[in-house]
Ligand binder design. Sequence first.
Ligand code: OSB
Ligand code: MG
Length: 375
Amino acid sequence: MKEKRIPLKIKEVIIRHLKMRLKNPFSTSFGTFHDKEFLLLEVKEEKGTIGWGESVAFDAPWYTEETLKTNWHMLEDFIIPLLLNKEIHHPDNITDLLKGIRKNNMAKSAIEGAIWDIYTQQTNQSLAQALGGKKDKIEVGISIGIQETIEKQIEVVDRAIKDGYKRIKVKIKPGRDIEVIRSLREHFPDVPLMADANSAYSLKDVKLLKQLDEFNLTMIEQPLAYDDIIDHAKLQKQIKTPICLDESINSLEDAKKAIELGSCGVINIKIGRVGGITEAKKIHDYCEEKNIPVWCGGMLESGIGRAHNIALTSLSNFVMPGDTAGSNHYWEQDIINPEVVVEDGCILVPQKVGIGYEPNIDIINQYTIATKIYR
Ligand code: OSB
Ligand code: MG
């Protein structure tokens, strides 16, 4: 990592509430999305540099407890007042500056991402380079929601394979699990396939979860409670399929404990869930040391959050394809130029200064339903 230190001072933050229609409704064990509503942050530094950050909190608390409204409250009443006009020596310090605020990781991460953007522009390097990224190309997978019928599920997976995605993840829930996976395996015997349960099961379902072992899944993601690592350790002892934790890992400390307990063989790192890029990198580095492979999760991000994910994925221990599909998988029109393009299942990591994509203000304004300025 190029450790350049230049003091930053935030002079203004604009919070925008955006609403973007998803090309395809996305169904998980906790419900169906038609639109993505989220907060976008535009942060202005004293010397005129502008950085962008995205909150990955949804409009309701089914994934974790945060929502875009709780994020707005935390940003307005606590986070922005703490950071405005303060000397910030390095984006790595944000976690420390905000440590008096418990949890609310997605709110913290939104502004931390914008500050990383500013820092990389002012130090004349790409975000990937600033993080110590080693790859100039990343492999990507795709996350496919629960479909109405098995036929439809097969059709959608077939499309994704033809589009070149390197790994297929499907959502499962009780009643839509073994049969779906079995028929996908029959149709696509060799494709790297995994399932994400978003906490839909408990230890009462061990027998059912054991049946998944026969389908050679690369992993099963977050089968048990969103805040559990104990039961996952018990489950891992009884199934062969590696468990990947998503919801349960909210910090480096969580990752250390889960690995020590044997709760997982893989970790899905999401910048928002762990409170920012700095913490995400720490988890990455620790997992690398412990030989635990990681991959970058997704939260149906717009181009801004996606750009941050791509830079992070350039780090060496992101050895499994992430959920960072191309812009055209989610949106008619993304809010960045150029859009994120997947070719042969890969995304080229931008070498340009900053996040490597230009926010498209006209399009951002079209999707904006509320705005507030803090200075
Ligand atoms: O559990 O990984 C998840 C989307 C919303 C909330 C949680 C999850 C997901 C995805 C989609 O799986 C990933 C993406 O394509 O952005
Ligand atoms: Mg998940």
